[in-house]
Design a protein around this ligand. Structure first.
Ligand SMILES: [Fe+2]
Length: 168
C-alpha cells in the first residue's frame, strides 16, 4: 500500500476511536442529567465508532499495511444541555465527513481502487451520521422539556447492529 495512504488510514482509524471516546463522554453526561435514553443512544454511537475503526483495521491488515494506534486529547466532559451535546456531535460528524472526503481524494489520486471501494462505505455512512444528528436536533427543539421525556423513552430502544468489519 502507498505510504501516504497508509498514514492517512492510520490517522482516520485513530480519529474513529477518538470519536468513540467523545460520544462515551456524552453518554456519561446524558446519564448524569437523568436522560437514560440518550445515554443508551450515545453508547450505541460509541460502539458504532469503534466498529468504524475496526473496519479500517481489518482492511489494512488484509492489505498488509501496518496499523499504528496513537493517543488523543481528553474528550470534552462539560456540556450545557443535551441540545449542546447534539450540536457538538453534528459539528464533529461534519469534520469526519470532510476527512473521509479528503481520504477519498487521496485514494483516487493514487489510483488505489481497493481503498476507493472501501471508502464508498464510509461516504454513505457519513450521510446517515449527519442525518441522525440533524434529526435529533430538530426533534429536541420541537419537543422541549415535556416531550423530551417521551423522546428519551424512544431512544432507549436503539440497538447496536454490528457491521461487517471483515468485508468491504
Ligand atoms: Fe465514524
Amino acid at each position: 500500500m502507498n505510504k501516504e495512504i497508509e498514514k492517512a488510514l492510520n490517522s482516520q482509524l485513530n480519529f474513529e476511536i477518538e470519536s468513540a471516546h467523545i460520544y462515551l463522554a456524552m453518554a456519561g453526561y446524558a446519564s448524569s442529567i437523568g436522560l437514560d435514553g440518550f445515554e443508551n443512544w450515545y453508547m450505541v454511537q460509541y460502539e458504532e465508532e469503534l466498529a468504524h475503526a475496526k473496519k479500517f483495521i481489518n482492511y489494512m491488515n488484509d492489505r498488509g499495511a501496518r496499523v499504528k494506534i496513537t493517543g488523543f486529547d481528553d474528550p470534552n466532559n462539560t456540556f450545557e444541555s443535551i441540545l449542546d451535546t447534539l450540536e457538538i456531535s453534528l459539528n464533529h460528524e461534519k469534520k469526519v465527513t470532510k476527512r473521509i472526503n479528503d481520504l477519498m481524494d487521496l485514494a483516487q489520486e493514487k489510483r488505489d481502487h481497493a481503498t476507493v471501494s472501501l471508502l464508498h462505505w464510509y461516504v454513505d455512512e457519513q450521510v446517515e451520521e449527519e442525518d441522525n444528528f440533524n434529526n435529533l436536533i430538530d426533534k429536541v427543539k420541537l419537543v422541549k422539556d415535556a416531550g423530551l421525556y417521551i423522546l428519551d423513552k424512544e431512544l432507549e430502544t436503539r440497538t447496536f447492529v454490528p457491521i461487517n468489519t471483515e468485508e468491504k
